[in-house]
Design a protein around this ligand. Structure first.
Ligand code: GAP
Length: 486
């Protein structure tokens, strides 16, 4: 196993062992590509969402938030193009009965050529694949798989079916009696809830263009190939913002949001070199520019966020399908128009995985006989699930009571943990592993002079501080303010 695969394996098992992520319905052997967040995971997830929400909504006076329902009128998905076009080209291997995304098989082959230094072959295949994707030519994709002798990783054979398109939307029935019920879809993106509410928000909020509407929430896709833990799930969460602009200004705003969103990532302290933009050559039919913000996961650079200039495609189609005007009167130009939209769309779960991968560290600590490896999650303190752990040195002499007293004050501001079991060193390690940035030890001196030992997760340094100063010290380093002020 390569060191890189090894790191990813460690991150996934750490996530389970420390209550971040569990397989859904695990006692029934799990449900594929569906995951539950545990007691620490939910805190980290909430903190990421809060960081996004406050950055987008609180810090921008021209952005407001909504929370639209998951179920929407079925016509929404016809208008958005999802009923006809939200599909992946799939191919089955007749021997293993396994199904693959045809474009991913080809991408993997291109990577193989590149690794072997066969750059001409890689380029030729890449060009041919892009042409086939552009023309939606499924026969050409099938022929490329055959021509390049791509084998099924399970059966090792080249016994392939034709390439076919599979729609990724889940549908269900709404209504009490099966015969009378209507098919509705589980939304595959949150964005459409924003588009259909564009005029409601604009009018009731008296919003002036340019302005944005933000939303976080669940989305569902029947991903055929679900791999790499929470990277590609069937139920996941998105954080999306649609920014409505005057037609003709969308490219300026596209550049603006590209940079603003990258800065949001970098403000968490992750190295610049771990990120890159991947501009789309093949644009979706509704877009006139698109880029992905990619992060270097242990298995390579992958998309975490998309920035898309979606023109007026969605609003125009909803206007046509609903028969309701979705126009804006611009007092500055004295004209009516359908606004253009620049969208920022990030997967909350993918951001979670990004943070876990970049935070997981194994470090040699101690000297001589006391040398050991500590596992530490060096999460940004502002996002850590638990901000402070409070330990009485012993279970007697009034130390637990003093520790509880401190906890009762700090818990009003921070997520705290109280622990009195095991030696202090063990308690430190447990909190290093979940990323707690501060540990407080209450000892006999605390009873005499109201001071405690404050221990910092990353440096493992300890200092004696007054109990009265704890809230300020911890607050300064864990509040989102400390990121926003950067
Ligand atoms: N409204 C635009 C849109 O949905 P997308 O590129 O399909 O665009 C945006 O999705 C983001 O949602 C991706 O960058 C990714 O972070 C996340 N995402 C998409 N599909 C996902 C899945 N199956 N599992 C987890 N996250 C996913």
């Amino acid at each position: 196993m390569s060191q890189i695969e090894d790191l990813f394996k460690k991150v996934t098992s750490h996530a389970k062992e420390y209550g971040f992520i569990f397989q859904s319905s695990e006692i029934y052997d799990g449900l594929s590509a569906v995951y539950d967040y545990g007691q620490n995971g939910v805190e980290l997830k909430n903190n990421i969402r809060e960081y996004w929400w406050k950055s987008m909504v609180q810090l921008h006076e021209n952005i407001v938030g909504i929370d639209a329902a998951i179920f929407m009128h079925p016509q929404v998905w016809k208008a958005s193009g999802h009923v006809d076009g939200f599909s992946d080209p799939m191919i089955d291997n007749k021997d293993s009965k396994k199904r693959y995304r045809a474009d991913q098989l080809l991408e993997e082959q291109i990577e193989k050529y590149e690794k072997k230094g066969k750059t001409d072959k890689a380029k030729a295949l890449s060009d041919a694949m892009n042409a086939a994707l552009n023309d939606n030519n499924l026969v050409a994709m099938h022929d490329l798989i055959v021509e390049h002798e791509i084998v099924c990783p399970i059966s090792g054979t080249r016994n392939w079916t034709d390439v076919r398109q599979f729609n990724l939307m889940f549908s269900t029935q709404m209504g009490s009696v099966a015969e009378d019920s209507d098919a509705v879809y589980l939304r595959p993106e949150t964005a459409q809830g924003i588009f259909v509410n564009f005029l409601n928000v604009q009018k009731t909020g008296r919003m002036k263009i340019p302005f944005g509407i933000a939303q976080t929430g669940k989305a569902f896709r029947n991903e055929i190939i679900a791999r790499q833990f929470i990277m590609r799930m069937r139920e996941f969460e998105q954080m999306e913002m649609q920014f409505f602009v005057r037609p003709g200004t969308e490219m300026e705003w596209f550049e603006h949001w590209k940079q603003t969103r990258l800065n949001w990532h970098l403000a968490l302290g992750t190295a610049n070199t771990k990120y890159r933009f991947h501009d789309h050559e093949k644009l979706a039919h509704y877009a006139n520019a698109a880029t992905d913000i990619e992060f270097e996961f242990p298995f390579g650079f992958r998309e975490v966020e998309g920035i898309h200039s979606r023109t007026d495609f969605d609003l125009r189609n909803h206007q046509e399908f609903s028969g309701k005007k979705l126009q804006y009167f611009d007092p500055e130009t004295n004209s009516n128009y359908i606004p253009y939209v620049v969208e920022t769309s990030i997967g909350l779960d993918r951001m979670f995985l990004l943070l876990m991968c970049s935070a997981y560290k194994e470090e040699e600590v101690g000297e001589g006989d006391r040398k050991e490896t500590r596992v530490v999650l060096a999460l940004p303190p502002q996002l850590a699930p638990v901000k402070v752990a409070i330990f009485p040195l012993t279970k007697k002499d009034g130390l637990p009571e003093k520790a509880r007293e401190i906890m009762d004050v700090l818990k009003l501001s921070f997520r705290c943990h109280y622990e009195e079991k095991d030696a202090i060193g063990k308690r430190y390690r447990r909190h290093d592993a979940i990323g707690t940035p501060f540990c407080i030890t209450v000892d006999h001196e605390s009873l005499e002079n109201n001071t405690v030992t404050l221990r910092y997760r990353d440096s493992m340094q300890q200092e004696r501080v007054a109990i009265a100063d704890l809230e300020k010290i911890i607050g300064e380093q864990t509040s989102l303010r400390s990121i926003f002020a950067r």
